[in-house]
Design a protein around this ligand. Sequence first.
Ligand code: HEC
Ligand code: HEC
Length: 505
Amino acid sequence: MKPRNSLFLGLCTLLLTSSGMWSCIGGSNNSGKAAPNLNAQLRQLIREHGLTGDPAKGRLLPSINDPLAQLGMKLFFTKGLGGNMDAACVSCHHPVFGGSDGLSLPIGVDAVDPDLIGPGRLHQAGAHGFDGGPTVPRNSPATFNVALWDSSLFWDSRVESLGKSAGFNGGDGYGIRTPDTPFGEADLMAGTNLAAAQSRFPVTSPEEMRAFTFEAGNDNTAVRDHLVARLGDFGIGAGELPGNTWLNEFQTAFSSSAGAEELITFERVVEAIGAYERSQTFVDNPWKDFVEGDQNAISRSAKRGAILFFKPVEDGGAGCVQCHSGDFFTDEQHYNIAVPQVGRGKGDGGTGTDDFGRFRETGQSEDMYAFRTPSLLNLAVSGPYGHSGAYTSLEAMVRHHLDVETAIANYDTSQLDPTVQTGDWQVNSQAALNDLLQKRVLGIQTVMNCVLNEQEFQDLMAFLDALNDPCVLDRQCLDPWIPDGSVSDPDGQRLNGKDQFGQPL
Ligand code: HEC
Ligand code: HEC
């Protein structure tokens, strides 16, 4: 039998490290050697991984011009859904940030300037829970391409399809579990897709939208009932948005002449918001063109990077595809890769500022510190990266994967906005790293150390760059998803986002 090493293409030499892991030491002069066969090699890998290039293939997705998506956009942008009318969905998910907010950690209610989105958004001194830093413990994930998740939403997948039939986005008859139901049990109010199900929760979170005084002490149902009464101008919400025209908007979107109490329900609110979010599909990137046959759609460097991405570590690659698999570049599973834990945390651990991730939902030790594998589309606009936004540069986020121990030892908190809470980051991150090292010994999947030379690293970055849809970098192209003066503002509460210099987003 041939020794294992001779099978490898000479791209790297394998070392069995003390922790029992294969470690890849990249060979320096091979990127050039492989060049003549680049296309053939890559096409072979694409076939092996069954890629089509188009993660939206076969999905029935709404257009932003659909009346329902239009209503959803207006709801997404209104502070009227915030308990104290000072936060909207868009506060943390603006299209110019790829459906995120450009911050490591978000601030929802009680911002100094509610309409300022992105860097410079600050929590009001003296407001509930003020500590100078962000109030929300996890990085805001992109709403762009949210329709492409089949299994779950949130970093810990606490909104979860119980059926998981590929391509159906939660609507496969088994239902969707949400934070309103025990683990494993369907929430009968979840609606027909994950995006709608998820939209039921930001309005109930005091830090995100609800605020601390609105329906204080009452349950999620009371919050939602009050909000729809406000939009519909009836009952407990009558007069809170005087003269609003939401009833007309709902009548148009749902082709109905019913009255407000019948028509404006929270189920319809989230159906519309879900339609808007599901219209945010941005997958037309150079990589897709390449997979679909255009040999020149991506650079040679990106092709070499793609090969590294798809090849296993024991085969001279970087092994990224092990978790970032498929056309959407995620297996929708959870792993502990020990991204530094900064921010307020979720109340876990001895510090109280730790975040146990998926373990919080399942209670299984293999899920300790595990977070859902993110997609890798449109990373150019969706940073900072990781569940805590600990990495403000994509390069540092990728380097973290290649050598977690060194990345944690050298983690530089000065990359963060100075307001981000970092007091406990070392204790918390060391605990996650210890757990990761333990998982390696137990054979539980996590990242493997892999040394790439500078050229290989740049190649990998060039590949990630080929996963950006040019539309997400083009403000004009995003126009249809950002309401301007020509789009009716039903309650005068539209959040017209601006940056820290006062410029409209
Ligand atoms: C204060 C900031 C903030 C506001 C306001 C906010 N979100 Fe989020 N959103 C987040 C954060 C943070 C997460 C991730 C939380 C987690 O995983 O625990 C998230 C997660 C999501 C996700 C899941 C994405 C994924 O890939 O899993 C969707 C979809 C989403 N929000 C939509 C909305 C909608 C719709 C609204 C309005 C009803 C809204 N958000 C309001 C911060 C915010
Ligand atoms: C063992 C599974 C696994 C492997 C292998 C892996 N990743 Fe990840 N990746 C993850 C998980 C899980 C996260 C999120 C972790 C967190 O935030 O705590 C992540 C996060 C990321 C992010 C941040 C995305 C965002 O939106 O915040 C990037 C970029 C990334 N990975 C790229 C790569 C690259 C490039 C490789 C190959 C060198 C790779 N990953 C290999 C599991 C993996």
